[in-house]
Design a protein around this ligand. Sequence first.
Ligand SMILES: Nc1ncnc2c1ncn2[C@@H]1O[C@H](COP(=O)(O)OP(=O)(O)OP(=O)(O)O)[C@@H](O)[C@H]1O
Length: 221
Amino acid sequence: MEEKMMLTLKNISKKFGDRVIYDNFNMSIADGETVGIVGPSGAGKTTLLRIMTGLEPADQGEILLADKIIDPYRNRRDAGKIGVVFQDFQLFPHLNVLANVMIGPLNALAEDKQTTQKSATALLTQLGLADHLQDYPYQLSGGQKQRVAIARALILQPAVLAYDEPTSALDPAMTKDVAALINQFAEQGMTQVVVTHDMPFIDLLAPRVIQVGEENTDEIV
Ligand SMILES: Nc1ncnc2c1ncn2[C@@H]1O[C@H](COP(=O)(O)OP(=O)(O)OP(=O)(O)O)[C@@H](O)[C@H]1O
């Protein structure tokens, strides 16, 4: 039986000035699959994640979500289908944990406040943050901030969840925790993309690995 593809990047090319980062790059992620994107510093891992989440336009190529072409750079609704957990979490410092998670659905989905508060509280509780709803980001540890960032992405019910270097701001114990969380989401059938250069971390996830780099922009299956 053919596997159903959730996210496909087709013939993506990207240059910054004269520097070619991607030249007809292709990759596909199956529905429910977790993949690791690895490569040396400067290879273009973050750029790839920015292209798929609409933060950066590709010069050429197509992005397909469940076989349908999307344009996350120009279409906010499309961008919302791919959740992203940033390396530095990008929480709003002036909002508490609950408000950080509620702001997306309130703005993007125009949901009512009560419904949003209920689902944000439930999600944060699942992520072990029930005692921190009223805390501000500066009061949280790195691992807690990351879980808020994960909740903020998940509440929008993305089709794909992407993480940019999820271990870069964490100590080794927290690295194990985030690996366990990503593995738990994988078991639940979430489609996930993990950009990292942390190979011991990749070993904890054991995903299919896609290597990016100047000499090799092909998939290693
Ligand atoms: N907006 C930009 N303008 C010009 N060059 C850029 C821009 N963004 C990224 N680059 C360059 O593109 C290349 C790829 O950057 P990218 O951040 O995607 O690499 P990376 O693989 O994520 O690296 P790292 O592991 O160090 O984070 C780098 O040489 C970087 O300097």
